[in-house]
Design a protein around this ligand. Structure first.
Ligand SMILES: C[S@@+](CC[C@H](N)C(=O)[O-])C[C@H]1O[C@@H](n2cnc3c(N)ncnc32)[C@H](O)[C@@H]1O
Length: 307
């Protein structure tokens, strides 16, 4: 039997496609809990829960309305489905883009999680963008109306069923969240990309420095907490970020995620490669140094179907 993985929050940078590959390094039953402190759309938690890899899950994000959205999915999915449906239908009563801008202004004033879900479903590239004063400022994608409420309801309820009774949600900085991590936990880390979050294009609420990540991993190693980190990657000869320092004793696996749409747009033919770093005790024997195609992992972990 194959399990499909729910996907309620459309989110740029979601690790949904990579979930099978990433989770192939987590032996079933070895860890009691999976912690995802840079949750975003929590693609790894949802996939792990569908495959029954751990008994408990902890998801956290520094963005308060995103954490609130996860709380709604876990605790009050019906209320969220209704609120999303009303917002979605309200677009058709007048000018769609004006209505989007109005909902965005209301979101910025009140931080209502259902409004964030609508904005994410409806905005350009499903990408969270904030201006320097912390207001969501991404524009509407004029060619789309956002996920239909029937589909959204299916995804929300499926995510709710996958997480209900076994997932806790926290809002906070990753360092604070990971203070509670122990040797029975596996931590999946997907911080904002070095290559895209430290320059002018500050797409996330808060960016995370490389030093902060190196300090965190040093501390996790000291406490014998096992982790998987998605960090840098490259496309053709364009390299994002430097590999991590050797003293962290991580094992780097390169995932070939296929043709890069950005490279295709720029008239180049290049595959994107993403690095995953495994903590020392997770490191497996025999992983090749060359980029491994995602299909290889689908064969190793055939339980999950990512549609
Ligand atoms: C690359 S995204 C994670 C995407 C996620 N893996 C998925 O599948 O959707 C990074 C996330 O980290 C969050 N974030 C940024 N700074 C953070 C911090 N200091 N502590 C915790 N979360 C943070 C952002 O709000 C964003 O949702």
């Amino acid at each position: 039997m194959r399990y499909s993985v729910p996907h309620p929050i459309p989110y740029q940078g979601s690790k949904r496609r990579l979930a099978t590959a990433i989770l192939s390094f987590v032996p079933k039953g070895r860890f009691r809990r999976l912690i995802e402190p840079f949750a975003g759309s929590a693609a790894i938690t949802l996939a792990a829960s569908r495959a029954g890899l751990c008994d408990e899950y902890l998801i956290a994000d520094v963005l308060p309305p995103l954490a609130a959205l996860w709380t709604e999915i876990v605790e009050h999915p019906d209320i969220l489905c209704r609120a999303y449906r009303e917002l979605w239908e309200s677009q058709f009563t007048g000018d769609k883009n004006e209505r989007y801008n109005q909902i965005r202004a209301e979101f910025n004033a009140g931080h209502d999680p259902a409004k964030l879900l609508f904005l994410l479903a409806r905005c350009v590239k499903n990408a969270v963008r904030f201006n320097p004063s912390g207001d969501f400022n991404q524009s509407a994608d004029k060619r789309r109306t956002g996920t239909h409420p029937d589909t959204m309801e299916k995804e929300i309820l499926a995510a709710h069923r996958a997480l209900q009774g076994r997932c806790r949600v926290r809002c906070g900085d990753f360092r604070q969240v990971l203070e509670e991590a122990g040797t029975e936990d596996i931590v999946y880390l997907d911080p904002p990309y070095q290559g895209t979050s430290e320059g002018r294009d500050s797409r996330y609420f808060q960016s995370v420095s490389r030093t902060a990540i190196v300090d965190l991993l040093t501390d996790l190693n000291r406490r014998d907490v096992q982790f998987i980190l998605s960090y840098d990657g490259h496309c053709g000869d364009k390299v994002y970020g430097e590999p991590l320092p050797e003293h962290l004793n991580t094992h780097r696996v390169l995932l070939n995620v296929g043709r890069s749409s950005q490279a295709t747009l720029n008239g180049r033919n290049a595959d994107s490669v993403e690095s995953v770093y495994l903590s020392q005790r997770l490191a497996v024997q025999g992983v090749p140094l060359e980029p491994v195609p995602l299909e290889h992992f689908a064969q190793q972990m055939p339980l999950l179907s990512l549609k």
